[in-house]
Design a protein around this ligand. Structure first.
Ligand code: PMP
Length: 469
């Protein structure tokens, strides 16, 4: 046989080998798809049962158990453990997605309240975290200057340089840090900064620690980006403080970020300084990102220290004009981080938004000149009043150290916050069910975002409902 024919035969043989292997791989993949369908159906069934017995979606203990078994098997069969863990994270997230479809949060109650109002019902809104104050007067005036100042065109993704300069100065003075404009990215609300930090700094299969109760968007952003959330459940009995052991226990080679939010929504908690210092130590030891959502820093009663003051290069702090300047509808916030992180976040912002509206950036820059400490005093006074009333009604809670909420436990057998929030609407009161913030079915969140008289009326309705139950 001619030499070239021999070579050709060899190539044909190899091709046929590849085809055999490909067919095998396809068969395995198809089998996996069939198994995925079976697994998803089972997850749905479990979701239904959990709903009926009032159990939360995620079960960290069971997940840990399974993770342990998978690590063991991976060792035995020689599969890379990080890869196995990432694959497991994908599967666990899919189950959570399937089971979380009808989760009710403060937003769903708000929307129901709005539609009842359209039908003429009077509702007292104690479910949403939206300050009832007007934005500072200077915002109104500066809106009319936008044309003559020429803030009407496309701009830089990270934000207008003069605004970033102004924010850097503001942040440095307020939070005892040395930030420059390079450390700032402007975003349409803190929500987008949070989405952007999670989506750009982490990869699918990575893990992120969330301390609950927590604002639900951290978890939702992670789920959306294929990131596995490791939840730490804190309790009222432990004054909403996570233990260092709890945090250490969930950290593994896939853990990339921890989310902190103090003053906290919904509990109003501020961590004791020593505990916060210890958490940052662990974060540094494990080279994690720390995403610290500090949008309630304007509303603090006790000592509070920004994560910026640790000068840790893997920290991202989010801030917003929504709460500090009552500018929720303007959709304007920002993040403060190392300039390399800002560069990464800016790529996503350019892709999604081009830039934040320049007129809005301009008025927010002007709002920085205004002193809003009076708003903080008003919220504090209301929280004191709400705390008194909550005590009178007989609910269990910890006095908030800051933020704008009271997270209270209703000590009644079989109590369900979602049912309660829906029934309260009929009586003219909207409160947020605890379930929106984690596995806290027997809690409700009451917010201090109405004038005192309205809040008193709301608490009166709440007291009546409690008595009738
Ligand atoms: N973080 C927390 C803890 C919040 O409660 C909220 C809004 N309620 C946000 C972020 C979002 O704020 P923004 O309006 O700036 O997007």
């Amino acid at each position: 046989m001619h030499l070239s024919q021999v070579r050709l035969n060899l190539v044909y043989k190899k091709m046929s080998d590849i085809n055999d292997l490909r067919n095998k791989m396809d068969a395995v993949t198809l089998e996996m798809i069939n198994l995925l369908k079976t697994r998803t159906d089972i997850a749905k069934e479990i979701g239904e049962v959990k709903k009926n017995i009032g159990k939360g979606v995620a079960d960290e203990e069971r997940e840990d158990n399974l993770r342990g078994k998978i690590m063991q098997v991976s060792k035995e069969i020689g599969l890379n453990e990080t890869l196995a863990s990432k694959f497991l994270n994908f599967l666990l997230n899919e189950s959570i997605k399937v089971q979380s479809e009808n989760k009710q949060t403060h937003l769903s109650i708000f929307l129901k309240a709005k539609s009842l109002e359209q039908k003429g019902k009077k509702i007292i809104h104690m479910e949403v975290g939206e300050p009832d104050f007007s934005p500072p007067e200077i915002v109104k005036k500066s809106l009319s200057e936008v044309f003559e100042k020429g803030f009407m065109k496309y701009g830089q993704a990270k934000g207008m340089p003069i605004f970033r300069e102004a924010l850097a100065k503001y942040v440095s003075e307020k939070f005892n840090t040395k930030s420059t404009y390079e450390n700032i990215i402007v975003s349409p609300g803190a929500r987008f900064s949070i989405f952007s930090a999670i989506s750009t700094l982490l990869n699918p299969g990575d893990e992120m620690i969330v301390i609950e109760p927590a604002w639900p968007a951290y978890k939702d952003c992670a789920l959306n980006a294929g990131i596995k959330v490791r939840t730490i459940n804190t309790t009222l009995e432990e004054k909403w403080e996570p233990s260092i052991e709890q945090i250490k226990k969930v950290i593994n080679s896939n853990t990339k970020m921890i989310v902190l939010n103090y003053p906290n929504n919904p509990t109003g908690k501020i961590l004791p300084e020593k505990l916060q210092d210890d958490i940052i130590e662990i974060v540094k030891e494990n080279n994690l990102y720390v995403l610290s959502d500090e949008i309630y820093s304007q509303y603090v009663k006790t000592n509070w220290k920004s994560i910026l003051s640790y000068n840790y290069e893997k920290s991202i702090v989010t801030q917003s004009f929504s709460k500090s300047h009552a500018m929720t509808g303007f959709r304007i916030g920002y993040a403060i981080a190392d300039k390399k992180i800002i560069e990464q976040m800016a790529k996503l912002e350019a892709l999604c938004l081009t830039n934040v509206s320049e007129p809005v950036q301009y008025v927010a820059m002007k709002a920085l000149e205004e002193d809003t400490t009076n708003n903080s005093k008003i919220i504090q006074k209301r929280l004191d009043m709400l705390s008194e009333k909550t005590k009178e009604i007989g609910l269990e809670f910890t006095i908030p150290d800051g933020a704008m909420y009271i997270f209270a436990k209703i000590n009644q057998k079989g109590f369900d916050g979602v049912e309660f929030a829906n029934n309260s609407l009929e009586k003219g009161l909207a409160v947020a069910p605890g379930e929106g913030f984690g596995n806290y079915k027997d809690f409700i969140r009451i917010s201090a975002c109405q004038d005192e008289k309205t809040l008193m009326e709301g608490m009166h309705i709440l007291g009546n409902i409690m008595r009738d139950n």
